[in-house]
Ligand binder design. Structure first.
Ligand SMILES: C[S@@+](CC[C@H](N)C(=O)[O-])C[C@H]1O[C@@H](n2cnc3c(N)ncnc32)[C@H](O)[C@@H]1O
Length: 208
């Protein structure tokens, strides 16, 4: 099996590929990837979500992985229920050990979802090369309550190629905004110079 790293993750194609890579990455993801790369994106998304005054109610963490985004939300004082949704049972199992979530939901965000009624939808690191594109917006809007606040990171490298601008502009949403951030901190330059300077857009909006 290929070594789980960013270059392999960015080259994924399809749900089976994604499940296979993350099954082999779940145990080392936090200590090796997140620590080694000084991975800041979950904290950036959590801060953006809370800055936009989310309505009270359950939150869905999309492509939750090992739970780093909800860890950041908790660290910033968010106490309400959060559900984790991910394709990878192994990543979800890892997230489950942290006691952060109301529910762990193994599902594909590009398909109709088995859950609904969310006042907030958050995601870090999932709208990126080889992962999820704009096809997730329909299922996520269906799972969200009217007025729900979304805060989603989109890797800058797929913003134009996957048509995020036009897709977002066509959604039934209000208050669409975006902010550019660095995905990694200073330690990343030593571990993975190829990706150390990668950037993302944090998109925020409310379901109309
Ligand atoms: C780079 S990880 C990000 C995990 C976490 N949010 C973070 O920032 O550390 C991407 C996650 O998205 C999940 N994923 C990829 N495609 C998916 C899909 N179609 N539906 C649900 N989860 C998906 C992967 O299994 C993986 O756990």
């Amino acid at each position: 099996m290929e070594k789980p790293d960013l270059s392999n993750a960015y080259a994924l194609s399809g749900a089976e590929d994604i499940r296979r890579l993350y099954a082999g990455w779940a145990d080392s993801y936090d200590a090796d990837f997140a620590q080694g790369m000084d991975y800041r994106l979950p904290a950036e998304v959590a801060a953006a979500f809370l800055r936009h005054a989310p309505p009270a109610g359950p939150v869905l963490d999309v492509g939750a992985g090992t739970g780093l985004l909800t860890q950041a939300l908790r660290a910033l004082g968010h106490a309400g229920p959060v559900d984790a949704l991910d394709l990878s049972a192994e990543m979800l199992a890892r997230a489950g050990t942290k006691g952060l979530y109301r529910a762990l939901i193994a599902a594909d965000v590009t398909k109709p979802l088995p859950c609904k009624g969310y006042a907030g939808i958050v995601s870090s690191g999932t709208f990126t090369h080889g992962h999820v594109g704009t096809e997730a917006f329909g299922p996520l809007l269906d799972a969200a309550l009217p007025g729900a606040l979304f805060a989603l990171s989109v890797n800058q490298g797929v913003w134009d190629s996957l048509g995020f601008g036009p897709a977002l502009a066509a959604l039934p949403v209000t208050g669409l905004d975006r902010a550019e951030v660095a995905i990694y901190g200073q330690r990343a330059a030593r571990k993975d110079p190829l990706h150390a300077a990668d950037r993302a857009l944090i998109v925020t909006f409310r379901k109309a």
